[in-house]
Design a protein around this ligand. Sequence first.
Ligand SMILES: NC(=O)c1ccc[n+]([C@@H]2O[C@H](COP(=O)([O-])OP(=O)(O)OC[C@H]3O[C@@H](n4cnc5c(N)ncnc54)[C@H](OP(=O)(O)O)[C@@H]3O)[C@@H](O)[C@H]2O)c1
Length: 292
Amino acid sequence: MQIAIMGGTGQLGRATIAKLIPLHGAENIIAVTRSPSRAADLKAQGVQVRAGDYSDQASLKAAYQGVDTVHLIPTKSMPRERVQEVQNAIDAAKEAGVRRLVHVGIVGTDVRNGFVIMPYLLYAESAIVTSGMAWTLLRNAYYAEPVADWLPEILRMGTIPYPFGAGSHAWATRDDMARAAAAVLASTEHEGEVLNLTGPAAHSVAELCQIVTRVTGKQITHREATMDDYIQACLVDGESEAFARLLGTLYLPVQAGLTSFASADIETLTGRAPESIEHFLTRSWKATQGDH
Ligand SMILES: NC(=O)c1ccc[n+]([C@@H]2O[C@H](COP(=O)([O-])OP(=O)(O)OC[C@H]3O[C@@H](n4cnc5c(N)ncnc54)[C@H](OP(=O)(O)O)[C@@H]3O)[C@@H](O)[C@H]2O)c1
C-alpha cells in the first residue's frame, strides 16, 4: 500500500515520515514536493520522492499513480488559494484511483470558529467527506513548539499575552501529532473517523503562567490579555501588524471555548500518552540552557 505525503518536506511532513518508516517501510512512502532536489535526504532513507504542486492538478495526478492513500498536509497560503489547492488534490486523487484521503486540520473546526483559515478547513473537510473516497480527518492542537520558542520573550515580558479569555488549550508536540498521524496512515482501522490530536490536558493562560514559572524558575504573572495586547507583543517580536492580526484570530476559537478540551485520541491511536506541555517546555528550556 503506497502512501503519498503532501507537504512531506515540511516540518510536520518530515516528522510524520520519520514515524511512518518503521510502521510501513520507506519504500512504500512517497514524499510529494515542488522541488524533488530539496528531498535528497528523504531519498537517501529509501523514501520515494515525486514532483507535485498543489496548484497544478496534472502534476498531482502523476504523483498519485499507484497510490492507495494521500496524506493532505495543507500549505500555508490563504483560504481562497487553499480551497483551490485541496480541490485540485481531491480531483487528482479521484482521477488517479486513490482509495483514501487523510487530512490534517485543526481542533475546534466549527462554523462559529473565527480563525482566518476556517473557511478553508470547513470546505476541505466537507469536500473530502463527500468525495466518494475513504477518509480520516485529523484535527491537530496548536503546536507546543512556538510556546517553547517564545520563552525568552515571555521571560522578558513577565507575562503571557495569549488572549484566551476564559478558554483553554491542550497544546501538543509536533512529534506526538506526527506519531498519531503515522498510526492512522499505516492502518485501515480509522476510516470515517474525526480524530482530535491534542495534548493530555487543556490549560488556561493562568495555568500556563504557573507552568512557565515552574519550568524557568522566573515569576510569570497572569494578566488578562486583549487581542491588542497580543498584537503589540507580536510587533515587538518583529511580525508585521497585518500578520499579527491574522495570527491573533487563532485565539478567537479559544475565547469561544471551542478548544477547551483534551482528547484521548493520541494515546488510543499509538498506545502512548502524549507529552504534557510542562514536560515539553522543561525539556526545551533545559536544552537551551545547555543542561542535557
Ligand atoms: N496547529 C498549529 O499550531 C500549526 C503550527 C504550524 C503549522 N501548522 C500547519 O501545519 C501545516 C504544515 O506546517 P509545517 O510547519 O510542516 O510547514 P513547513 O515546514 O513550512 O512546510 C510547508 C510544506 O508545504 C509544502 N508546500 C507548500 N506549497 C506547496 C504547493 N503549492 N504544492 C505542494 N506542496 C507545497 C512544502 O513543500 P515544498 O516546498 O517541498 O514543495 C513543504 O513541504 C500547515 O498547514 C500549517 O498551517 C499548524
